[in-house]
Design a protein. Structure first.
Length: 256
């Protein structure tokens, strides 16, 4: 569903993402981790068409981000760390506006908006002005705009940042439900980037960790933590320049 080959992004002499190669299969939920400045957001912006790569290639649902950028964008629902909301608009008008931008057919648009609002628990506040909503509800609006066109792929960047514990639990449950939904007969493919590691453990089956723009870990979560190590320990070791081979060997030794 998502294929990246040697994806690279440079800003002058600085390499933000360095020769990144990975695949996310249909229906898979990938935890995309790394310290601040590791290149996660840059990678997600390249995949969603907001930033052009310097080198490498990527396809989304079979669409090359260079050769078929519009088709690739239509296949993706993107929630950036700061949702692109218009605080003066009502919830339903904003989600309807995004549906139009995403080329949802006019005849199907009302049903698409209603479905997205219902899935995100926004039906009761659909006529409220976004600027008057709590941060938790604004995050829900951000998720609604990401799914209104029924994308095959969801890319979520820090979806629970700044929320209180109750809101975090609600948004986490919503993401798990969206990931489990069937789209076109198949489960959605999800990339979840977060600093909240229990979120990854609760939702994701596989973990990709990058550090200083390079991939350092790409393994199923069960293998990484199967020997008793916590995801926090794995993350700390992986981002402290420990070679990937040593991490893999340690995990295999622990399982044995």
């Amino acid at each position: 569903m998502i294929e990246c080959e040697s994806l690279t992004k440079q800003y002058g002499d600085f390499t933000a993402v360095d020769d990144l190669t990975f695949t996310v299969r249909p229906g898979e939920v990938l935890g995309f981790l790394g310290p601040n400045g590791a290149g996660k957001t840059t990678t997600m912006r390249m995949l969603t068409g907001f930033v052009p790569p310097t080198d490498g290639s990527a396809t989304i649902a079979g669409h090359d981000i260079f050769e078929a950028p519009l088709a690739a964008r239509r296949a993706v629902g993107y929630l950036p760390e700061t949702p692109p909301l218009y605080p003066e608009m009502s919830v339903e008008d904003y989600v309807g506006y995004v549906a139009k931008l995403k080329d949802v057919p006019r005849k199907a648009r009302r049903a698409a908006v209603d479905r997205a609002l219902a899935r995100c628990g926004l039906a009761d506040v659909r006529r409220r002005v976004i600027g008057a909503l709590s941060k938790g509800y604004r995050q829900r609006v951000g998720l609604a705009q990401a799914i209104v066109h029924d994308p095959a792929v969801l890319i979520l960047d820090e979806p629970t940042v700044g929320l209180d514990p109750i809101q975090i639990r609600e948004i986490r449950a919503l993401i798990a439900e969206l990931a489990a939904e069937k789209q076109g007969g198949r489960a959605r493919t999800v990339i979840l980037s977060t600093h909240i590691l229990p979120e990854v453990e609760a939702i994701c089956r596989r973990v990709l960790i990058i550090s200083r723009g390079r991939k350092v870990v790409d393994q199923p979560l069960a293998e990484l933590t199967g020997g008793g190590a916590s995801l926090e320990e794995v993350f700390a070791r992986a981002t402290a320049r420990e070679p990937v081979e040593e991490l893999a060997a340690s995990a295999a030794e622990a399982r044995a």
